[in-house]
Design a protein around this ligand. Structure first.
Ligand SMILES: Cc1ncc(COP(=O)(O)O)c(C=O)c1O
Length: 465
């Protein structure tokens, strides 16, 4: 089968990203051009369009207009996902040899930018819930304690990055954390890949968008949390702690010279769509419906976990002794396609289209899964064994570029890792280049990999002694 023939395959109920639900919630402006003669819209950077970095042209005008509307100094569309823009943002904050303070549960794109630019990641640990197997949002006292235990100057820390909301929808109260960073003259990049729509729902009692805080850079994934096409994203630039020229150069550094015109248009159309009152009200209705779906599932005694993102339905499969990966396969076989399997849970993304038929199918399959779960196996999520504050033993860029050899992970004890060990999803690295593979980390992977095929029998590149 060719890729193209698979693309039109029908699934009974696809509840994965992109959040436009296979076209059902795409912006009208985009649907209009997609209905025209195929490929007509695939244009190069003609002078009328320009690109994200041009001074003139439709893209520049559109970016300028959104910056004004949302009181940002600048914004840039991205056609390489939130990943590409997060990487540009980090490179704008730190030079090679400097450090960025970050939670242990950052997305892998952050680590790759560190390896590329030889920025030292200074990791701080994050509280973990053994009830759910998920990281908890960072509290002020937790972050204050991190600051107490760290010498900013000695570590050459020049910036901080946060993730909020997490993949599952847990959201952090960013204002006080950003204030602590700014008090120390440190700029902040917020990875809000999963929270773009919060910006348009200030009346719905959802978390405050990072763009409404004093964050210096905010990156949003327009395909995960708005209704854009896959790969579309936006970065917002504010404040005075990051040099504007350096920021623009960093965007340029990682930008293709041929940005896809359809994706650029999608960036514009998805934001415009949410600024349009009629569309926004329609999507807000979906969000309220999602809250009702959650309540109905609770009423039916289905073990779902609440987060601040109503569009994420998190099923706690461990309640019936089934891990999220096994449950994922079961739901997939039955046509209900989820987004994020983890040890204790399986997360479904409702997206922005109507999901009225979801509950019946979901409840029916849940009952079927319950019947299968006759012998109860206790599923435990162990906290990853990270130190409160740690940084790779060998510089990340050096480890990434060193001569290496490949060995089974199970034989790698004591070696310095050159790879990013990172099951996807959720794309959170367990070991990064330059870290020593110690007993605790290896035991943890061995224990938790029983359920995760990405980790089983994997090979790893390590440095020669
Ligand atoms: C927290 C977080 N940040 C960033 C990204 C990257 O987003 P994108 O797929 O748009 O590059 C992801 C993707 O899973 C993510 O979960």
């Amino acid at each position: 089968m060719s890729i193209s023939s698979f693309l039109t395959k029908k699934f009974l109920k696809p509840l994965f990203f992109p959040a436009h639900n296979r076209g059902n919630a795409l912006p009208k402006g985009l649907i209009k051009i997609l209905k025209k003669s195929p490929g007509l819209w695939d244009l190069p950077e003609l002078p009328e369009i320009g690109s994200t970095l041009s001074k003139n042209g439709l893209v520049a005008e559109s970016q300028r207009s959104f910056s004004q509307i949302f009181s940002a100094k600048r914004c840039f569309f991205g056609v390489n996902g939130a990943s590409g823009l997060i990487q540009s943002g980090l490179i704008a904050m730190a030079n090679p040899g400097e450090s960025i303070l970050m939670p242990r549960n950052v997305h892998t794109s952050v680590i790759k930018a560190c390896a590329l630019q030889n920025i030292n990641p200074i990791f701080f640990d994050v509280e973990f819930s053994e009830e759910t197997g998920h990281y908890k949002p960072i509290t002020i006292s937790w972050f204050e304690n991190i600051f107490k235990n760290i010498d900013i100057k000695k570590r050459k820390i020049v910036g901080v990055t946060f993730v909020s909301p997490y993949y599952q929808g847990y959201s952090t109260d960013l204002d006080p954390l950003i204030e602590i960073c700014h008090r120390n003259n440190l700029p902040v990049l917020v990875d809000e890949a999963h929270g773009s729509y919060f910006l348009f729902c200030e009346n719905l009692n959802l978390p405050k968008s990072a763009l409404r805080t004093n964050a210096d850079l905010v990156v949003q994934s327009l395909h995960k949390s708005l209704n854009g096409l896959t790969q579309t994203a936006i970065i917002w630039y504010k404040g005075h702690l990051i040099n504007e020229n350096k920021f623009i150069k960093s965007i340029d550094l990682l930008q293709t010279t041929s940005p896809n015109s359809l994706l650029l248009s999608s960036c514009e159309e998805s934001l415009k769509d949410w600024l349009n009152e009629n569309s926004r009200l329609k999507y807000q209705k979906r969000i309220l419906e999602a809250k009702t779906i959650f309540k109905e599932l609770i009423d039916k005694n289905i073990p779902v976990i609440a987060t601040q993102d109503p569009l994420k339905i998190i099923l706690k499969t461990s309640e019936i002794g089934i891990d999220g990966f096994t449950a994922d396969k079961f739901f997939y076989r039955n046509g209900l396609i989820a987004e994020l399997p983890e040890i204790m849970t399986l997360t479904f993304c409702l997206g922005f289209s109507n999901q009225k038929d979801f509950i019946n199918l979901f409840v029916k399959l849940w009952k079927k899964l319950q019947m299968k779960a006759k012998n109860f196996n206790e599923i435990k999520a162990l906290k990853p064994p990270f130190e409160l504050i740690e940084t790779p033993e060998v510089e990340i860029g050096l480890a990434w570029r060193s001569k290496t050899y490949s060995i089974p992970l199970s034989e790698s004890l004591g070696k310095i890792c050159a790879d990013i060990i990172c099951p996807y999803p959720p794309g959170i690295p367990l070991i990064v280049p330059g870290e020593r593979i110690n007993k605790k980390r290896l035991n943890w992977i061995e224990n938790q990999s029983l359920h995760n095929e990405d980790l089983v029998n994997s090979y790893v590149r390590v440095l020669y002694n």
